[in-house]
Structures are given as structure tokens and as C-alpha cells.
Design a protein around this ligand. Structure first.
Ligand code: NAP
Length: 488
């Protein structure tokens, strides 16, 4: 059953299919409309847009980069209520953008793509409910962290009470006065714990590895401040720009091993750790690796929350999950009423079967140690573009900014297709391999390679992160280099 072309397609506009209506997918659609190309379709498996911010509704969910920089460059948001925007206000912002830019007619909701196959000319797309579409270019905007990862612990599934992942928070479960167990102490758990500490009876936080925590102060924006930003658009733009610079200069510099920035971050996280009053707890919360090796946890309320009387940090190894709770290797059984998995995600996992040249499946390229071309393409997959795919710049900066840079690159590739200069662009394998090796070399000296376990690492222990900083990335995204592609 072919999808009806309800959009005003013109012959000269390449048809584009976008997978996912999260922050990146929406921005891609808006950019196409701005460029006069209405010949596209966004497929979204859920009933609403928003991606991460639609799915993650756990208590106290918020963005941990400054809100003014967590907005599209073309749509600064004067309405942010907090320095670290709450999940629901980001969701509202994205839904507002979807309406304002007239994207709704271009989005197929509740429609999950099952497979996409390059037939030598175009992408042939099939949805799970049997619909078909075709596209000159396929843009994958499914997000980096989207498939919840459950721990491989013996007895998984045997807990007698409610148990769920933070990305699938079960709001029907009343945690008031309950004994809540949380496995994992990443950025998510650091938000959940303060979010429920005054409601839950007790919290048992199972910590395998302590994290460095930067208690950057949050701030509520006053109505007068919002009104000023609404009235003077330049003020919102300036704020957007300033916060981007601040995050880039401090955090990107720190993770890339810039001495001053790393010293500043290290000093702050150590100062915050030193503020824990109980020496035994302080010892437990001391990470065994250098600051920022794992993604920095930015939370001002985490350390105060774990020092409340009803919270216990359990650093002993877990033996198994049992119907009553969690059994530790030392024999103790921690009895629980509710169990929460805050155990992160399968990074860059794509559940769609994407098949490129010669029957190559995308997952073969992504498995173990992913191979991409300049973060936006994959050799063997012509006219296939990933937004925020493996090796994209990450590390406590705004992913919206990264996506916009990548979208700029994709738009320039589409212009080449539209102009008739090229029909398809397939990144050369040897170029992608060379660039990957350059990135591997570039990782040396960054904190990601300083010896810790994190979702930043591939199966070889190499970071799947862009190591050269945003300035170079911006430069790379400026213009497609045709000699790096097999051009048809
Ligand atoms: P995460 O950083 O991957 O943390 C997972 C936690 O689960 C770690 O503490 C890990 O321990 C623990 N864990 C995993 N398997 C375990 C097992 N079998 N037994 C015991 N512990 C286990 O996941 P996350 O906290 O959900 O954060 C993921 C990413 O989401 C972040 O890095 C960030 O990029 C993003 N995030 C962003 C925001 C935001 O505000 N923008 C908020 C939340 C999350 P180990 O450390 O020992 O592996």
C-alpha cells in the first residue's frame, strides 16, 4: 500500500524520508521546508513528536546543558522557565516548533519503519504496517540513546513488585512511602534520586562505579526576564550564543585535555565531593577514574539528596535479583517494593533493517566498532545520512547545535542532487577508514581515553566520540568534499 503523496512535491526536489520526529528529525523537516522542498515525509513510531523528551518522563527529568543553548538557532525560546530546562518544557517547545513550522502534514505518526533498502537508484522503504515509500535520500534521526539497556543480572524479571526502566517510568506506581531500589548512578539516577527522595519511604541506590558530579546551580527565570527576552529577540539570541560558547569552551576543552579547563572542572567536582559530610559516604562516592572520563553528571541536588536519612548508597556487588528485592554478594537481601533500572541505553542501536549496496546491513557497519564517514554518512549506503550518529560531538554540549551542523551538510548534499550534478553520494570506504584512524589517534590525550567504562566506548575500548572540538567539526560540516564519495 503506497503512502499517498499528500505534499506538494515538485519534480526537481529530491524526495527525502526522515526517520524519527525528535529534535533532529523536526529540525531536518523545518530546514527542508525553509529551502522550499516539501517533498519529504517524517516517520515517527510514536503518537507525538519529541523523541527523548517524549519518552523520558521520570521524576525531575531535565536537560543538563543550559536551556538557552538547548534550542534551535532559528527559534530561540524566551519561555524557558529554568536554567536547566525541565523535560516537559522541552517537549512543549518541540511541539510548538512542529506546529509553528507547519510540520504536522508531513509526519506519519504511529508508523514505524521496518526496513529501507537501496535499490541502486533510490531507497525503498517499508513500514511495519505494510506501507511503502521511496526516497532519493534517507535521513536517520533516531537519536543516540533510545533503546533502554537492562542489566544482565541473574534473576532479572523475578522481582515480585513493579520494576521498570527510567525511560519507561510507570506513573501508575505510587512510590509514596515505598522502599525504592535504583540500579545505576549515571546522569539519569542523579536526577531521579532528588526527584523522589521526599516522597519515597527509603531509597537504596545500587552503585557499581561512583561518578564525578558538578553541582552547577540551577536558576528559575523570572517572568520579567522572560518578558524581556520575548520583547527583545536579540537578547534571546545573545543568550543562546553566549551559553553555547560557555559550554563549548569549558566542557569541550576539558574533555579534550585542555589543561586550564580540565583543572577548573576537576577543582569544582572535587570541591563538591569534599562537601559530603560523612567520610564513609565520601569514600564511597569517590570515582576511581579522572573527572569527565564518563560523561560528567551535572546536578546540584544529588549530593544533598543522598545525604538524607532515607537514602542508602550500596556499593557492594549485586549477586541477583530475587522476588523480595536485591541479593548482594555478601549475602544481604535488600528488600524493596519498587525496582528502578537506571542502567542507561544501547548507544546507536537502530532497530530498522537498513540495507545498502550489495546487501550490506547497517548493523554490520555499526556493530562492535562503528564505521561512519564524518559522522553523517556510512560507506556502502548511498544518500544515507545520520544525525547524531556514532562519532558525533558529545560530552556535555547541546546536541541540537550538533544536529544543526549536520543538517547543514545534508542540505548541501541535497542541493547537489537537486541541481543534477550528482544522483547519489556514497562515502568511500578507504576514506572512512582513514578518518576513523585519525579520530582514534586524536583520542589520545582526551579524558575519554583515560581509563573508565562508559557508553562512549566501542567494543575495542575506543571512544565513539568526535575528538577534535566543535570548531573543527563546524569546518568539516561546511562543504561536502566530493572526492571523498563514490559519485553517481
Ligand atoms: P549511564 O550513564 O549509561 O549510566 C548507567 C548506570 O547504570 C551506570 O551507573 C552503570 O554503572 C549502571 N549499570 C549498568 N549496568 C549495571 C549492572 N549490571 N549492575 C550495576 N550497575 C549497572 O545511563 P544514564 O544515567 O541513563 O545516562 C545516559 C546518558 O543519557 C548520559 O550520559 C547523558 O548523555 C544522557 N542524559 C542526559 C541528560 C540530560 O539532562 N541532558 C539526563 C540524563 C541522561 P557503571 O558506571 O559501573 O557502568
Amino acid at each position: 500500500m503506497p503512502v499517498s503523496a499528500a505534499n506538494p512535491a515538485t519534480a526537481s526536489n529530491p524526495r527525502v524520508v526522515i526517520i524519527g520526529a525528535g529534535a533532529s528529525g523536526l529540525a531536518m523537516g523545518i530546514n527542508l521546508l525553509k529551502a522550499g522542498n516539501a517533498n519529504f515525509r517524517i516517520y515517527e513510531k510514536a503518537e507525538r513528536c519529541g523523541g527523548t523528551w517524549r519518552e523520558n518522563t521520570y521524576p525531575n527529568v531535565a536537560c543538563d546543558v543550559f536551556s538557552p543553548s538547548y534550542a534551535y538557532s532559528f527559534e530561540p525560546n524566551p519561555e524557558w522557565g529554568w536554567r536547566f530546562a525541565r523535560g516537559e518544557e522541552i517537549q512543549r517547545y518541540l511541539e510548538r516548533c512542529e506546529r509553528k513550522y507547519g510540520l504536522q502534514p508531513y509526519i506519519e505518526y504511529n508508523c514505524e519503519i521496518d526496513s529501507a533498502r537501496w535499490d541502486g537508484q533510490q531507497w525503498q522503504i517499508r513500514t511495519k504496517d505494510g506501507r511503502e515509500d521511496r526516497a532519493d535520500a534517507l535521513v536517520c534521526a533516531v537519536g543516540a540513546l533510545h533503546h533502554p539497556r537492562f542489566p544482565e543480572i541473574p534473576g532479572f524479571g523475578s522481582f515480585a513488585g513493579p520494576a521498570f526502566h527510567t525511560a519507561q517510568w510507570d506513573h501508575s506506581v505510587d512510590i509514596r512511602n515505598q522502599r525504592v531500589g535504583i540500579i545505576g548512578t549515571g546522569s539519569t539516577a542523579a536526577q531521579v534520586v532528588p526527584g523522589i527522595v521526599d516522597k519515597a519511604g527509603t531509597i537504596a541506590l545500587f552503585q557499581r562505579t561512583a561518578q564525578w558530579v558538578l553541582p552547577f546551580p540551577d536558576k528559575k527565570y523570572s517572568e520579567a526576564f522572560k518578558a524581556r527576552r520575548r520583547k527583545y529577540k536579540w537578547l534571546a539570541r545573545l543568550h543562546h550564543w553566549f551559553d553555547l560558547q560557555l559550554f563549548q569552551k569549558v566542557f569541550t576543552g576539558a574533555v579534550r585535555g585542555k589543561k586550564l579547563q580540565l583543572w577548573m572542572v576537576t577543582r569544582e567536582v572535587k570541591k563538591s565531593l569534599a562537601s559530603i559530610r560523612d567520610p564513609e559516604l565520601k569514600q564511597k562516592m569517590t570515582p576511581p577514574y579522572p573527572p569527565a572520563c564518563k560523561r560528567l553528571v551535572i546536578a546540584q541536588d544529588f549530593y544533598p539528596a543522598i545525604q538524607k536519612d532515607n537514602v542508602e548508597i550500596i556499593g557492594d556487588d549485586i549477586d541477583s535479583i530475587v522476588p523480595e528485592g536485591i541479593k548482594l554478594k555478601n549475602g544481604r537481601v535488600v528488600e524493596l517494593d519498587v525496582l528502578v533500572y537506571s542502567t542507561g541505553f544501547w548507544p546507536y542501536k537502530i532497530s530498522i533493517d537498513i540495507i545498502g549496496n550489495q546487501g550490506l546491513h547497517l548493523n554490520e557497519r555499526f556493530e562492535g566498532s562503528p564505521l561512519t564517514y564524518r559522522t553523517i554518512g556510512v560507506p556502502g549506503f548511498p544518500n544515507f545520512f545520520t544525525l547524531f550518529g556514532p562519532y558525533s560531538p558529545i560530552g556535555n554540549n547541546s546536541i541540537i547545535e550538533n544536529s544543526e551542523l549536520q543538517i547543514g551538510y545534508v542540505m548541501r548534499c541535497l542541493e547537489l542532487i537537486q541541481s543534477g550534478r550528482v544522483r547519489s553520494l556514497d562515502p568511500k570506504l578507504e576514506v572512512a577508514q582513514r578518518l576513523k584512524e585519525e579520530m582514534r589517534q586524536g583520542m589520545q590525550g582526551t579524558v575519554w581515553a583515560s581509563g573508565c567504562q562508559s557508553w562512549y566506548l566501542d567494543a575495542n575500548g575506543d571512544p565513539i566520540v568526535y575528538p577534535f572540538g566543535l570548531e573543527q567539526f563546524t569546518h568539516e560540516m561546511r562543504e561536502p568534499q566530493l572526492d571523498e564519495f563514490i559519485v553517481a
